[in-house]
Design a protein around this ligand. Sequence first.
Ligand code: PRX
Length: 633
Amino acid sequence: MDNNFQIKTFEEYQQAYQQSVDNPEAFWESIADTFTWRKKWDKTLEWNFEEPSIKWFQGGKLNITENCLDRHLKTRGNKLAIIWEPNDPKERYIRFTYKEVYERVCQFANVLKKNGVQKGDRVCIYMPMIPELAFAVLACARIGAVHSVIFAGFSASAMADRINDAGAKMILTSDGLNRGSKQIPVKRVVDEALEHCPSVEKVIVVERLGWAVNMVEGRDVWYHDEVKDVSKECPAEEMDAEDMLFILYTSGSTGKPKGVVHTCGGYMVSAQYTFSNVFQYQESDIYWCTADVGWVTGHTYLLYGPLLSGATTLMFEGVPTYPDMGRFWQVVDKFGVTIFYTAPTAIRALMAGDIDDVLSYSLDSLKVLGSVGEPINEEAWHWYHTHVGKERCPLVDTWWQTETGGIMISTLAGVTPMKPAHATLPLPGIQPILVNSDGSEITENEVEGHLCIKFPWPGMIRTTYGDHERARLSYFSTYKNLYFTGDGAKRDKDGLYRIIGRVDDVINVSGHRFGTAEIEEAINHNEHVIESAVVGYPHDVKGQGIYAFVICKDIPEREDWLRAEIIETVVEKIGKIAKPDKIQIVSGLPKTRSGKIMRRILRKIAEGDTSNLGDTSTLLDPDVVDEIKEGAL
Ligand code: PRX
């Protein structure tokens, strides 16, 4: 049995947890032992959080795709690995067995090799949610190329930044994509990005819409031409446990997005262990994670975790609201989905619809529900639990981050306690603590503090690509010898965690992370803008909305025209997902005498709570606060 580490009872959880704290190395060794290694590791763990330097399973040799695919061929060769459901329900779905996925991945890997990709090269993937995206990711892993998936909603400019930071040699993309009722010319966005990306030598284009696209001679090739005569076998490259598996860009509180680096061995062990335990995965399950592969949830819980477990994973091209608000539930019934994992923002969007959009589907197949990406408010939790889960499905609220690689704090479905809006207890192997602002650990319960992790786990971030110092500064320098998550959390009287949200300048919009500085930088690119300050504010559907205070050079007659202009600039620089929800044109910003913007005040105004703005006497120009208050949107 390749998941004999699955915990079945609360007592087993307690024992496993205790063991993982008493002897973390022995704990993770016993899990790592269940995988296929070309060569076992020499040293389980070597670490320090000062540099930081984290090495798991050193000397171990493996290829993650041998664990995702090859090792299942004997027993699960004909089992469904991927079910692909298109955007349009009238288009036919496609199913792939493990054998078929194996062959497709090998073919794709051979196409990459044929086009010059070698072990260690970075390959950027900018593709819609089509099966080839899954094959492309695994194909990179198969030949030891480092994949960097860029969510296909990012703009050309955001894509170019990521490509250049990674020094990517190749881009994998498609002609276009479907998103609800819209079709988007993906290749055109790639072409625009590549005007600024000298490292890229080749572009491989997968046909999705059958559109005629511009193909640059000597650079661009069609996947369907390249795949014609390649073999369905491709030997897996032997990787060191600490070799890079992928880079995934995410936003921090300062500067441009950073490339979070994950490595082969530890990530693999974490991905399967957490998938199997949190969802209590069983062999016959039909599992559906609605995340896009462009985000970490899609990496770990749409692809790697389920495939490592030999599960059937559903990949959905569309959106929850197209062609109607019942689309998710229709898909659940259509394939008999048993485990369903989505984001609170989707739940809140669907809650706003007609209840019959849910009630008209049976949803009988469902056994476990999951939530990820942002705090789930109690109302959404209850709606999801009652109307989707019919009060019989455990609902796991899973807290984790791009940097953690896998789930850190969550209920284990039906095994450990659940509580609305609480991520609850840490998984075995994870040692969270709450600290005060001076870094001292808070040991009692019924408290609130900054959430840190005090011991390494295999799936954790190793570095930020090309800039190790940035990783140290972002995660390991705030509190000595601790990994700092950037989140604030509460611990209730029973020791259950509730994540409150970011305590840094990161905002979480519909489960997507943005640095306020990153959005400000985009806004400031607009020719009319002198300066801006961005804060998050509570938003009914998105969790947090983006509120921008902007100082402009010249204010035209029509402010709405100016606002539209500014939005356009953000869309161009980052993408539609980062569009400000509110833009208030102001004549000044509340700044201290040393020139620092007092965001605390702006946050309060954006939240509509101006009763107590605290001490404003240290401001350079206290009057500006009244003006901003009066003009608040
Ligand atoms: O603030 C936390 C929030 O999302 C952040 C991580 O974002 P990202 O790296 O994009 O990964 C999202 C998917 C794992 C965290 O710092 N977050 C994530 N899950 C939860 C959450 N906040 C509350 N509850 C959660 N379950």
